[in-house]
Design a protein around this ligand. Structure first.
Ligand code: 5AD
Length: 343
């Protein structure tokens, strides 16, 4: 009789009840062992490095969990100029980075035209680098414009695939339907698309996690980013408890087995909640780390949640430190573009 983890690994259909038992920790050791094996068989021991540039902490949205939500009056806001962004890219290129991720709140200052110009300038400064955008919900036309300007990857977590849960985490002005529309538009246009969700967000049930997995199967993304929920004191969810590192790690392992070709980051949130969170993520099948390349002066301001890491191994300056940590976990840091095999 094959174990559950093994059946999942072989691509057998397992029932919801069985999946729930894996999520709850059944066969954990084997699950982690197999996820590492599967990751190695597709991606070897490489951990791809992405330079994260947080371009704006202004946001017109009001997601209840997020520290840069529009109604957080305590947040100190900044936005980078095009010149500052290009300076970050040049610094990153010198350090050897070949993927740049532009992430920001939904800031109307960054019009579609401005975004296109910035993407074009990045491609001039670093022609072989991959430009990843993570700038939220836009029109299909806007996504197409960015793509034509040279962006080739887009990160947009669905956050939760359950309609009721989605409504509890977001204001009425936002909808799961539009989120999904964005993700499918991005895919059709030709982006390598990343989606994902928070683990342990307020009101989340284990059935919600099943919904998340189902939705991801439907989307079949090139990248999957998940991280534990971390409360931010100046949000309505400030008093909720944080997500579990262990559950997040198990979810990474399960996702690795279901999506063997996906790129999966060991996220900053995971590293924030536990000193060896990132390593645990890597050992459970994650194969991407995104150190912070934003100007040091603004890093503290991109405060999505309390105590968010932005220095040490979490920063571009700490690259050697990160390399050591990755090696100690049993892997090799790679500065290659690292395109997803899942496209
Ligand atoms: N805890 C953990 N992750 C968060 N994000 C936003 N706020 C929080 C929080 N409080 C995540 C969201 C978003 C990504 C950029 O950061 O999932 O998609």
């Amino acid at each position: 009789m094959k174990s559950l983890a093994e059946r999942l690994c072989r691509g057998d259909n397992i029932s919801d009840v069985e999946l729930i038992s894996l999520i709850n920790g059944k066969d954990e050791e084997e699950l982690i062992h197999l996820s590492d094996k599967v990751r190695r068989s597709y991606y070897g021991d490489k951990v791809f490095i992405r330079g994260l540039i947080e371009i704006s902490s202004y946001c017109k949205n009001d997601c209840l969990y997020c520290g840069i939500r529009a109604s957080n009056k305590e947040a100190s806001r900044y936005r980078l100029t095009a010149e500052e962004i290009i300076a970050c890219v040049k610094k990153g290129a010198e350090l050897g980075f070949s993927t740049f991720v532009l992430q920001g709140g939904e800031d109307p200052y960054f019009t579609d035209l401005r975004i296109c110009k910035i993407v074009e300038k990045i491609k001039e400064a670093a022609p072989d680098a991959a430009v990843t955008l993570s700038l939220g919900e836009k029109s299909r036309n806007a996504y197409k414009m960015y793509f034509d300007a040279g962006a080739c990857r887009y990160l947009l977590r669905h956050e939760t695939a359950d309609l009721e849960h989605y409504r509890k985490l977001h204001p009425d002005s936002m909808s799961l339907e539009n989120r999904k529309r964005c993700l499918f538009d991005l895919k059709e246009i030709g982006y390598q698309v990343g989606s994902g969700f928070m683990v342990g967000s307020p009101y989340q049930t284990i059935e919600n996690l099943l919904e998340d997995i189902k939705f991801l199967k439907e989307l079949d993304p090139a990248m999957i980013g998940i991280g534990p929920f971390v409360p931010h004191k100046d949000t309505p969810f400030g008093e909720f408890s944080q997500g579990s590192v262990e559950l997040t790690v198990r979810m990474i392992a399960i996702l690795r087995l279901i999506f063997p070709k996906a790129l999966i980051p060991a996220t900053t949130a995971l590293g924030t909640l536990s000193p060896d969170g990132r390593e645990k993520g890597l050992m459970a099948g994650a194969n991407v780390v995104m150190p912070n390349l934003s100007p040091v002066m603004v890093r503290k301001k991109y405060n999505l949640y309390d105590n968010k890491l932005a220095t040490g191994a979490e920063s571009a300056e700490g690259l050697r430190l990160l390399e050591d940590k990755i090696r100690n976990a049993g892997y090799v840091m790679s500065m290659e573009r690292g395109d997803s095999l899942a496209v």
